[in-house]
Design a protein around this ligand. Sequence first.
Ligand code: DCP
Ligand code: CA
Ligand code: CA
Length: 629
Amino acid sequence: MSAAAGTPPEGGGDRPWQSYHTAYTNAKAGMEGVDKEKVQKVIYEMSKGSKYFENEQRKEAITKQKIEHLRAQCAALTDNDISHFQKVAGKKMLELEASRDLSKIWLHTDMDAFYAAVETLEDPSLKGKPLAVGSMSMIATASYEARKFGVRAAMPGFIGCKLCPGLVFVRPNFERYTHYSELTRKVFQRYDPNFIATSLDEAYLNITNVCIERGITGEEVATELRTAIHQETGLTCSAGVAPNRMIAKVCSDINKPNGQFILPNDREAVLTFVSTLPIRKIGGIGKVTEQMLRQVLGISTCQEMLQKAAFLCALFSEGSADFFLSVGLGLGGTETPEQRQRKSISCERTFTATNDSSLLFEKLANLAENLADDLQKEGLRGKTLTLKLKTADFEVRTRAVTTRGFINSKEYILIYATKLLKAEMPLSLRLMGLRMSQLHDEKDDSSTSTQKTLDIFFRSSNSASTGQQDFFVHDESTFIPEQRNLVNYSNEGVLSNPVIGDGLGGASLDDVMNTEKLDDLSELTSPEATASSSKRGQQLWIDGYICSICGFELPPGFEEERQEHSDFHLAESLQQEETVDSKRTISNESRLAERPCYSTPTPKKKLKSSKEGKHIPIDAFFTKCNKNL
Ligand code: DCP
Ligand code: CA
Ligand code: CA
């Protein structure tokens, strides 16, 4: 019964690479003329047999299953069903149309080949060369010269070398990128003090007021802003101007590099723009969604979403269908999200898996120092400390403790963190993180004396070996439940610990399967958020669909896209580890962690993730690649 326009699966046969689509076979700006098939073949042949490859194949098989399932659902729709969903879709589109707001002018700006451009600025001898920033295991970005060969971000460096034999490598230097990012933000600030930075090199600016107050067009603002950025940083960027953020982002990519594209605040112009726009250009529509929509419903352009609106409503959840129809209508966010209060502050580190306890305590001391620095910089103290662990098997555990007073010093953080870690030993870890929540702003009141009280308390407790239990809060009732917004984060089991608290706040077992907890909402709106070291590598899905690192929204149902997006941040954090790790020194205080500890091992109950083993994170692949080199 369905009117779905199915297309046969691609590839297979004697050209298996044709159906091998990874994150890095998808074209980025500057890759238009690339021989796609050649690139796909090289990538296929070089990654064949790796865990990453196996996982890609597994994902591909899952996508195929999903497609088959959707096709079957589609075929089962009766004429009555279709006319029902036509009505549902018609009503929905009217509602969405009524929400259209053409009164705002949004500008999205994105730096060109950001890391590569910064490196070239610092070392002009790199100019004009095919350049990759990263290592043999991972490329963070490639210059436009390198992109011509198919080299791109997220691609392992050895594949980049194969595609472009003269490829020059530079190690990433995050301090530099943060420095230049801050310079760009000074410019953004002048045009919109509430600009939304979604990564080091990207921001959304509401330029409505600037246009009105100065009587200039969005195009003029874009030109002026890009000129200012170039003058003040020496770097180029591209910009898009449109009535909403979703379209503005698409527009900033159109004339990349060093270009801009302006879409007027006119309904017809927006509809014409989306009528031929490939759905993959939309932030949030990744490889899997693209394949599903194309292969099940024959949708390739945004406008086709409207033609197939009834099927979208019939086959997908309300949230997903709303999103698809908004895309078809060219609608997107127009209001500046409210600044939300910071709920927690955290840092985490990924490293090569180890069970060496002295190394683990050394890393814990570094984390405690980082967290203390970040808290102190922001004038914050906290009461609930959470230790996050990722075992060598990629199982994630979180343990929390609530202190009696507000703390922010490295020493106290480390004492609590050590206690939490000791209770889990022995184990082999690949990631550790510390998060402080239940925050208190020192500026707000006079309770800063709490730390003094604790100082005295700790000193006396530490000096008396029998008093150690006293300062560690064991009473379960004092463990504050962490944020209840449990969000999807695949492949992560959660352990509960009846004695030191599991931080689940009474959530049911079903609730906690495959879940992680909400972290820092302020990251969504705070311009500084993505520049802060405390955000490295920490990636959660707020409310199940908003990336806690960059604010990217992937509505419910976009599990594969979320996984890919998580992989991206994981890879990003690995790169940062590569550079940061080499710089970090073991601080003296880390010896604290080596003190004999006072915990009694507590019984643990393991909740197996139902998705365990389904996805092999990208770092396993990179580790393998490194070994193979
Ligand atoms: N980045 C990364 N890993 C990725 C993608 C990007 O580390 N998988 C880093 C390096 C990039 C920076 O983020 O320089 C910005 O990413 P963009 O996707 O904006 O890419 P570029 O700025 O490098 O290029 P362009 O925007 O010109 O396409
Ligand atoms: Ca960029
Ligand atoms: Ca970017």
